[in-house]
Design a protein. Structure first.
Lengths: 378, 402, 378, 402
């Protein structure tokens, strides 16, 4: 798998931190998040990220990407986490783009150049009410309608769906027992109804009701009618590991912020950082971050190397990262005391984002179950 | 070990029935409905309910009879809380009945008792707690808000922070520094402040819940009669600690915790994984069982503390600390489990749904917004009333002599 | 249920601590435990305990007992734990005696006076290989043989079986589908073979093979052939709560010992007890002990009061006590450092005994499972 | 984040096959059999195997070639350990190859290298570590054993404790105080002591395992040539820390941990609950999965440390501390799970079965005694090599600047 050298990775990492540290301050974050009538993220910022080449990092060169590996995309997602960026990386660059790349025709894959250019926003609408985290629970049906299809069903909450240009919708082709296909559905198509709501972390998204939505034949990703659950599995795994990478960046920031806060906060005549109990807590936060970083790195590499145990490593990384995120996020608030409880400080927002990363695509208990059920895959 | 006898009191069955019956008749349907939906009450709604309880003396049932209470035994108080919880009534208010009241009747003078106790008993007035300050969190005694004598008044200047429901409060009990030169615990007095006094500014703090519960309270030359001081000048730390022990026991509202578990059980039944309800899931059921074990343990610890309080007038500082530690951990554990269920609905947080009149469409189970609100709010449970770390310091020093 | 007053309980408690503190020092403990060719406990001590009235505390007055409740027996077991007494309280006084009391005929119950007098040692031989902690797994069969029975089967490891005068053996009457009865089998009976071995805590015990053991009609506890699984359930529950009470005493001792050790052990120029991390660890040990004490007390009282939720409380007490015992025992060793690892100091022996109490009759996970399966019983 | 590239080396497959083949042919059947039963090896058995490994240079494969090693990359060393584990070979010895050796080739002089490295490479000689003392546990630098100059010798007096396998050792590397007046870290020297020197008494400590592994070592006017000192006098603390970082990485034997998990999996299959094997039990399977996640994490941390060691000659003190923390917690977690299975067999501990020639009848699965022994022995894993608390102090100071 092509990927950048260590030096190029270091440069990418440095440029992310430099630009974001400079421009994406927490004050700026609040402005974007709270902009009245806004979409919950910054269009201008998205454009700038595109110009930096970040959106196309893992896309093929022929669509304007850098042909980097998932490790490189992971470096970007870690920075996304470190600054709790509000822009739709997961929905568009990770899930949406990989669905199109893996399942789309040559022509459909041309859309990826618009992704790389920051001109196309995507949302991956797969999960459904009643399915929980199960990946194969699809009740939405795409019945044939001439050369095209009519989609009917309900899709669960997806962050960013409210602003996506195209929804990528899974549906069973022909009947409720048919193979699962993936369809491009314009958000503005007739029959698409969104129930917009914020997630725990305040990011808007929506559930989607498809009431006889007519789409053309070319709305289906790929040409065959074969079952796409395998592709969906890969797309979700990519979402999993990228949410983990994001969490690792967020945890690193929480740990840093908490160390700094305790060094300055005076109580009982000395900085809180002088209390051994708090020192050890910070150590546990730091080591937890390091644990997650190490196993996420190992999983990214396994994906890039396409090793046999890659999926299992991704799931293991999810388990460990979720557990660490819970601990680090919770302690971030605890050690900030009352300050951790206000909406004005960043620490609570990191906590919320970590909670999202922890549960997106399945929580640690769910993956432990999957790991124990599919031990033979090891 | 196992020496004290806690009598098993079946005579409470009648009392329980009375409470049930009362709630059935008296709990306003708007409150009942809001409680069911996890919606927040307006102050006037809350007060109207507290006044009804007050008509029976139930806000302060556990107070001694000599101070206007009903002299309830611990078991009766626990039974009362349980029945309220089961009836879907709001939790009891603690600022007046559990915190201010006992300090006033224990350390206050006759005039103060006459002035303040009836309002608490009747449920008319709302109290808040003026303890924490920007520079005094875990290190409460480092507080800087000062009260300087001027004739018959103190002139209060300074700032309190994290003041729950200060925007609703009629009165605040507060710690202020009356001696700027003494060692830090020794220059503190305990005073009662009428929140309508000129010079007080209450500024909201929006929490991570997105709700307004906490406040900053600023004092700019606020005149408080010296007659409003409880007990001796510069002895406020003693009363503060007495109150804290009561507060910590009060931090653990067993009926509320029981209600939370029931709520989670319900969430599990309403949430499906590949079409099957989570209430069929062995891992979730195991967690539920573990939470129930935690509840039983906290109840057992609580029974001990209430018995201790009955014998000696107050819970032990050590026992209260242990109870607060485990009770708040349990609360957080329960609400974490709730969140783990809600992940399956996309972790949507429709905080607007917490207010009456919202007419959006709920995503996921009806209690979703309430559970997430509570989860976020209770992150503070291991911080307020003295953080868990502070509780452990107290036990280390006081109980283990370290 | 008759039980002593708080004052009488306090007296009992004080007399236990006084006598045992005086006579059952750790030096004495080692002497008894390591006595070459010994049985692993002290016969003389057992006699003395009988004279103190401790063995009959919960037995009826007509057999020489004090007719105390289980709370009183719990006070004794807590002292047993505090001094890690080696004598067969659990097997004889708790399990054996209660089986006879609950299931025996009037005449059989006369044996209890020998128990109270310290002249009869019992072992409860119920669990079988392959059964794990399941309480209803009985494959041993008692076929009829004239008026008597012939017992055939295998019983799992039971502490104290090597020295018991009578084994109380569960067996299915008539055939492998028959009702479960309880039989008194002399350890020396023909056809009884013991495989003696030490448990983790060094206490000897044995597995028992019954190869056509002939016993008389009066060997069966009670006269009817009705199923005794209900009695067995109660006997085991009594074992559970008494093992918990024992653990509470042992935890209290571990906490005390560790506090004392850290107060004297100097490192980095000060006693270890001055380090905040260790202070908080001791607090967690102390609070854990207190939690277990509180819920065990609640369960004892529920048993004495025969409340509807008594069994559920017993199981909950087992879960909590086992979890606390694991923590307290483990930290006892950890905070003693290398000293915790030698066979010469008591702390390791407390650790081992706590491990036994934790797992006897089922561990915390097993009871959590039972609690979640039988939630309707709540 | 995610910057370093660890190459994925398929060329190791051939090496792995070579190790497998070697073990197949060279591992003595008596060792293989004992390993399978979890029985303890005699010293001569262990040495005979180490000598065979030594004939290939494999004891010290990760040493640089210039010092007689094979210059293995981290991945090759991990692969080697894994194959040994799978073949049922005993774990590698760390005192010589991981601890003494690297200190000698990094800080020792030519004569010392000539004298000591070949014996470590060949696997002929047994080393032990003279660090802990009765008054110096966590506070290692408080050690008191003194070495006073007398001509060309040091005269050593004092006591070491918790000395693993001192009763087998030919040599000890030890920390001794050579300056009684300097600040505690600054008066320490690192010396090599021939265990046959007169004046040394080794006294066994029987552990809670009931086995003899630990010792006290007494020094009564023991003459050690000054030529046996590594590096400069009074600079021993520097070498000691270098060694500790290696030791801590060595504390986590990944192959052994992997073997333990396999052992537990086997125990689960052999143990029944109401007739059904525990390997069908979802709770146990969940725990197994969690242990596997822990193993994967520790492996990832280990790969990092080995890479760091390759780049800079030694693992980072911080990274080694983190790895030691989590690696030993994992080990204890695995062995606790083993114990939880064995509770179902009555938690019998037939420690005699750990020695060859025992002919009793085993109660429960064949590995029971070994698992309990290991469980008890590994209670010390969070104590030896610097307790978990000490590791956290190291990270707090060194990595977080607290």
């Amino acid at each position: 798998m092509p990927s950048l050298s260590s030096e190029e990775r270091q440069q990418l990492h440095d440029s992310l931190l430099e630009l974001l540290g400079d421009k994406y301050t927490f004050e700026q974050w609040k402005k974007i998040a709270r902009s009245p009538g806004g979409e919950g993220f910054g269009r201008a910022e998205w454009k700038e990220f595109a110009e930096m080449g970040w959106l196309g990092i893992a896309l093929p060169e022929e669509v304007g990407g850098s042909a980097g590996g998932l490790t490189e995309l992971g470096i970007i997602m870690a920075a996304v986490g470190r600054f709790i960026l509000l822009e739709p990386f997961l929905g568009t660059v990770v899930l949406g783009a990989s669905a199109i790349e893996k399942a789309g025709t040559e022509q459909q894959r041309q859309m990826l150049s618009e992704v790389a250019a920051g001109k196309l926003l995507l949302a991956f609408c797969h999960g459904e009410p009643g399915g929980g985290y199960a990946r194969d629970w699809v009740k939405t049906v795409a019945t044939r309608d001439g050369a095209g299809y009519v989609l009917t069903g309900e899709k669960g909450f997806a962050i960013g769906a409210h602003a996506a240009d195209q929804l990528i919708v899974s549906a069973r082709i022909g009947s409720e027992n048919g193979p699962v296909g993936l369809f491009l559905v314009p958000r503005s198509a007739a029959g698409v109804a969104l129930n917009q709501a914020p997630a725990l972390d305040g990011r808007p998204g929506a559930t989607v009701t498809l009431a006889g939505v007519k789409v053309g034949a070319d709305a289906k990703l790929g040409t065959s009618d074969s079952d796409r659950l395998g592709v969906i599995d890969e797309v979700i795994d990519r979402g999993v590991i990228m949410a983990c990478a994001e969490a690792v960046g967020a945890m690193a920031s929480v740990t840093d912020q908490t160390v700094e806060y305790l060094k300055t906060r005076q109580q009982f005549g000395q900085p809180l950082s002088k209390f051994q109990v708090l020192q050890h807590r910070l150590v546990d936060m730091s080591v937890s971050t390091e644990e997650a970083r190490a196993i996420v790195h190992a999983a990214l590499q396994a994906l890039d190397d396409k090793t046999r145990d890659a999926q299992r490593l991704v799931w293991m990384a999810k388990v460990k990262t979720a557990q660490c995120a819970r601990f680090v996020g919770g302690q971030g608030i605890q050690l900030h005391g009352g300050m951790g409880m206000t909406d004005e400080l960043s620490i609570g927002h990191y906590y919320k984002r970590l909670t999202m990363c922890e549960t997106l695509f399945g929580d640690s208990e769910w993956y432990l179950r999957q790991l124990s059920l599919r031990r033979d895959a090891a | 070990m196992f020496i004290r006898t806690v009598e098993h009191d079946t005579s409470l069955d009648k009392f329980r029935a009375e409470v049930r019956d009362f709630c059935e008749r008296e709990l306003p349907s708007v409150i009942r409905e809001k409680q069911k939906r996890g919606q927040h009450l307006e102050k006037h709604e809350y007060i109207s309910w507290l006044q009804r309880l007050g008509s029976r003396g139930w806000n302060t049932g556990k107070w001694p009879k000599e101070h206007g209470g009903l002299g309830w035994e611990p078991a009766q108080f626990l039974a009362f809380q349980e029945e309220l919880g089961r009836a879907g009534a709001p939790p009891l208010m603690s600022f007046g009945p559990t915190m201010a009241g006992p300090v006033i009747y224990t350390f206050g003078n006759e005039a103060q008792k006459r002035q303040h106790l009836p309002g608490i008993i009747k449920g008319d007035l709302w109290w808040c707690q003026g303890y924490s300050e920007p520079g005094a969190g875990s290190d409460l005694a480092a507080l800087k808000t000062r009260a300087d004598r001027d004739g018959d008044d103190y002139i209060v200047n300074g700032q309190k922070i994290w003041t729950s429901t200060a925007h609703w409060a009629d009165w605040m009990f507060a710690l202020v520094r009356t001696d700027q030169t003494a060692k830090k615990q020794e220059g503190i007095s305990f005073i009662l402040i009428d929140m309508k006094t000129p010079g007080i500014t209450v500024r909201p703090i929006i929490g991570i819940t997105l709700g307004h519960h906490l406040n900053e309270v600023f004092f700019d030359n606020v005149r408080v009669p010296i007659a409003n001081r409880i007990g001796e000048e510069n002895k406020g730390w003693t009363y503060a600690k007495f109150l804290l022990a009561n507060e910590r026991v009060g931090n653990v509202d067993v009926a509320k915790v029981e209600g939370n578990i029931e709520q989670i059980r319900q969430l599990m039944a309403e949430t499906r994984e590949a079409g099957k309800p989570l209430s069929d899931d062995p891992t979730f059921n195991r967690r539920l069982a573990e939470l129930e074990v935690g509840l039983a343990t906290v109840k057992a610890l609580m029974a001990d503390q209430l018995a201790a309080a009955r014998l000696s007038g107050a819970p032990s500082l050590m026992g209260a600390a242990a109870l607060k530690l485990r009770g708040t951990e349990l609360q957080q554990g329960i609400l974490q489990t709730g969140l783990d269920v809600l992940g399956r609905h996309g972790m949507v947080y429709q905080s607007d749904a917490l207010h009456a009149g919202w007419n959006g469409e709920m995503i996921g189970p009806e209690s979703s917004a309430d559970v997430i609100y509570e989860h976020l709010y209770r992150r503070a449970a291991t911080i307020y009333g003295g953080s868990s770390e502070v509780q452990k310091n107290i036990i280390a020093k006081g109980a283990l002599g370290l």
